[in-house]
Design a protein around this ligand. Structure first.
Ligand code: SAH
Length: 291
């Protein structure tokens, strides 16, 4: 099984404008798919991920796919991008890529608790060093806090009813597994689920994942750091997978005076890519160039 199929790969490589021997940072190395393509185009890569399983997979893959290229893969959160780059003496760079969110691997290893497709502990930490799991959040947040979380991070339409159902259910039995949560949401939606193409608990799972991994905070920390690391004419590419994330990128590109926006509208996957890799359906790619 492939660890992860890289999304918008050709578009990413085209926009990065890779020059031989120049430096690039892949801030979300995952299985190393994008990194491999950057290396094959002649770039040197510092790859970052905070998931040790991704680090191992990327190294294993690159050792055979690009044995002679210059790459270094390190563990850390891209929220500390500039600190990591400095530590690795990987100073001013020609391009930086963020391919946000979770990898297919993280979704598919059911013990990691990201997916409602199997019954597993409600974990959802991308970095197993994080302290709080999704089960912990469901235990400690008040009904109002749960409601705010589902609305703010995922615009869940039935946020209040779901928050209410969680608070009632946990009085009887703690909510510890993905199936318990998915079943509870399905119950709130009732029979209407039959006409829905997407599982009713998609947004609830998304909201919890965003919270557990401080996804929006890390992105807000990373974007200005990335600008600081780019050489003039260096490019940053951000591929986002949900609205809250994309809004942050869009607003940041707009207000940052040191950036010129190269994608007036975000680039989205072609129909052909969507057919081969349905997981990329919500991907949006934005590019800006350092002035
Ligand atoms: N482009 C990769 C796939 C990336 S999937 C490929 O082609 O294989 C997204 C990756 O980003 C995941 O492995 C996840 O662990 C990582 N990630 C998400 N947030 C992160 C953060 N704050 N710091 C470091 N890595 C992060």
């Amino acid at each position: 099984m492939r660890f992860h199929t890289p999304v918008l790969l050709k578009e990413t490589i085209d926009f990065l404008n890779i020059e031989k021997g120049k430096k690039y940072i892949d801030a979300t190395v995952g299985g190393g798919g994008h990194t491999e393509a950057i290396l094959k185009a002649g770039g040197k890569v510092l790859g970052i991920d905070w998931d040790p399983e991704a680090i191992e997979a990327a190294k294993r893959h690159l050792r055979t796919a690009c044995p002679d290229a210059f790459w270094k893969i390190v563990r850390g959160s891209f929220g500390y991008l500039s600190e990591i780059a400095e530590r690795e003496s990987f100073g001013k760079v020609n391009g930086i890529l963020f391919d946000l969110g979770v990898s297919s691997h993280q979704l598919e290893v059911f013990e990691r608790g990201f997916s409602f497709q199997a019954d597993a502990p409600l974990d959802m930490r991308m970095d197993p060093g994080l302290a709080v799991t999704a089960a912990d959040l469901l235990k400690v947040l008040s009904k109002k806090q749960l409601y705010a979380l589902f609305i703010e991070f995922a615009q869940e339409k039935r946020a209040w009813a779901i928050a209410d159902a969680i608070v009632r259910a946990r009085k009887i039995k703690p909510i510890k597994t993905t199936k318990q949560l998915a079943d509870l949401v399905v119950k709130v939606y009732g029979d209407r689920r039959k006409i829905r193409r997407i599982h009713p608990s998609t947004k609830v799972f998304l909201a919890l994942r965003i919270a557990i991994n401080s996804e929006l905070e890390n992105l807000k920390l990373a974007l200005p750091r990335a600008v600081g690391l780019l050489k003039p004419e260096g490019r940053m590419i951000v591929i986002s997978f949900h609205g809250s994330e994309d809004r942050i990128v869009k607003m940041f590109f707009k207000k940052e005076k040191k950036l010129k926006i190269l994608t007036k509208k975000p680039i989205i996957p072609s129909e052909e890519e969507l057919r081969i890799n349905p997981r990329c359906r919500s991907a949006k790619l934005r590019v800006a160039e350092k002035i």
